[in-house]
Design a protein around this ligand. Structure first.
Ligand code: HEC
Length: 149
């Protein structure tokens, strides 16, 4: 039955392709944790400037705000189904049980990060501080629900 055999072969090849296309979950976990590390690298000095622990440098703040807005977009592909195991992760299974709410929280962060970037471009410290607090609230809202402590 060569027809059946070739159909089976085609199916096996397709399955193989699908498996090869799906990213390995340990790679995905590394990817998202790296993004968060990059976010923190930039966000921490911004927080110190906002709290007056280091001199406010409008140009440096702006450079970091641009990075945060860019990095926030990279998180869109960092939480595929099934990427809650395969490596050490603090991502809670609730992410994939309530994907709409999780996506909404990610969207809030991405929107606030953009607004922070725009405020940073004006160099207006009062505005920048307001937006920074709003952005921080979106980090917190997501961590409270979706990240293990
Ligand atoms: C939409 C949800 C969400 C938002 C918004 C969010 N985080 Fe996270 N964050 C997570 C999750 C989930 C993890 C755990 C990832 C893992 O371990 O796989 C995490 C992990 C982290 C880590 C630890 C990374 C590591 O493994 O070393 C840092 C640092 C971090 N986030 C900082 C931030 C900051 C700062 C913000 C805001 C500027 C932010 N996050 C916004 C969900 C979010």
């Amino acid at each position: 039955m060569p027809a059946i055999r070739s159909a089976l072969l085609a199916a096996a090849l397709l399955a193989g392709t699908a498996a090869a296309d799906a990213p390995r979950s340990d790679a995905v976990i590394g990817y998202r944790q790296s993004i968060f590390k990059l976010i923190l690298w930039n966000y921490q000095p911004m927080g110190e400037m906002v709290r007056g622990k280091r001199a406010f440098d409008a140009q440096d703040f702006r450079k970091r705000a641009v990075r945060i807005a860019f990095l926030s977009q990279q998180l869109g592909e960092a939480f595929p189904e099934g990427s809650n195991s395969g490596a050490m992760t603090d991502a809670l299974p609730e992410i994939w049980k309530q994907p709409q709410d999780f996506r909404a929280k990610l969207g809030d962060f991405q929107r606030e990060a953009k607004a922070l970037r725009e405020a940073a471009k004006t160099g207006d410290q009062v505005k920048v501080k307001e937006r920074f607090a709003k952005t921080s609230a979106t980090c917190k809202a997501c961590h409270e629900k979706y990240r293990a402590e």
